[in-house]
Design a protein around this ligand. Structure first.
Ligand code: ASP
Length: 305
């Protein structure tokens, strides 16, 4: 797929599910959430706004939607708390901001942007990140805001039943704006029942998040411990930039990189300077949507869609 104009690709997490693990009601709510988040970012690009603003708007929309594992709907850690990771990167300047294991913040992606724009650092974690949110007057919420019915049930299953498979998900967006700039944003509650303080791939630049106008913007989802060891987002960038692979081929090659050692769910969305887009995953589901220029929006979830 290619365009000389703007484009937006988003994801709401890649995971392997067994039949029946996703209720029809939940699937409908997630499809609606994908369409809403896509629209929020697309309006910005369509009106000539920046890729950076568009990816932040998409991710904020997901973070406020309890049907996605980010912000309000974050998976809970062993203590039943939401400890969130997020990162944003501007492909034009290579400036980036990230937060890790941060509690109580309503929109971690906007806090990541504040780190990028109003601090000398790239990544701030835990209580320090929370204090920065308070200092910047970003909204924070009490524990009950993050304890949704669904997350509470899943958390109880994990802590009470040994051997229950821990779920995971993430949200992300990559965009090309009308000025030809690329950007990426990724946000997650991480893995259900994770250790307090665990940091996934999403806030690690080159791990789960990377953008450079020289090649492409990439946001990953899946088993974070596997994705960060494969430096998946940077692998896509390197295959495009140094090996000259077409974007979709680079994404597929990155996902199967050292598959013997790096086993797990891996998914990613990517976009390049020409407006080529890619949505690749090795699981049976990746919640995803895209819109190229003023073409029709496309929303999909299952592998065979
Ligand atoms: N990559 C995320 C993490 O490990 C989870 C996911 O995308 O499913 O925190």
């Amino acid at each position: 797929m290619s365009t000389s104009t703007y484009a937006l690709v988003i994801h709401g997490g890649a995971v392997t599910l067994k039949p029946g693990e996703l209720s029809p009601e939940e699937e409908t709510a997630q499809r609606e959430g994908l369409a809403q988040a896509l629209q929020a970012g697309w309006e910005i690009l369509h009106c000539g706004g920046s890729a950076l603003d568009a990816v932040e708007a998409v991710v904020r929309c997901f973070e406020d939607n309890p049907h996605f594992n980010a912000g309000r709907g974050s998976a809970l850690n062993q203590q039943g708390e939401a400890n969130m990771d997020a990162a944003i990167m501007d492909g034009r300047t290579l400036k980036a901001g990230a937060v890790s294991a941060v509690p109580y913040v309503q929109n971690p992606i906007s806090l990541a942007r504040a780190v990028m724009e109003h601090s000398p650092h790239v990544c701030v974690s835990g209580l320090g990140a929370l204090e920065l949110a308070l200092e910047k007057d970003l909204p924070v919420k009490g524990p009950s805001y993050f304890m949704t019915e669904k997350n509470r049930r899943q958390w109880l299953e994990i802590v009470q039943q040994e051997g229950t498979r821990a779920g995971h998900d993430t949200v992300g967006a990559v965009a090309l704006d009308q000025a030809g700039n690329l950007a990426v944003a990724t946000s997650t509650g991480g893995i259900e029942g994770k250790l307090k303080g665990r940091v996934g791939d999403s806030p690690i630049l080159g791990g789960g998040t990377f953008a450079s106008n020289e090649a492409c913007a990439v946001s990953c989802t899946g088993d974070g411990e596997v994705i960060m060891r494969g430096a998946l987002a940077h692998e896509v960038y390197a295959l495009v930039k140094y090996k000259g692979l077409p974007l979709a081929e680079a994404c597929r090659a990155a996902i199967s990189l050292r598959d013997d050692e790096l086993k797990g769910d891996k998914g990613l969305i990517a976009i390049d300077k020409q407006g080529n887009i890619a949505l690749e995953f090795n699981s049976n589901l990746m919640r995803r949507a895209y819109r190229v220029g003023d073409g029709e929006p496309v929303v999909a979830m299952w592998k065979d869609e």
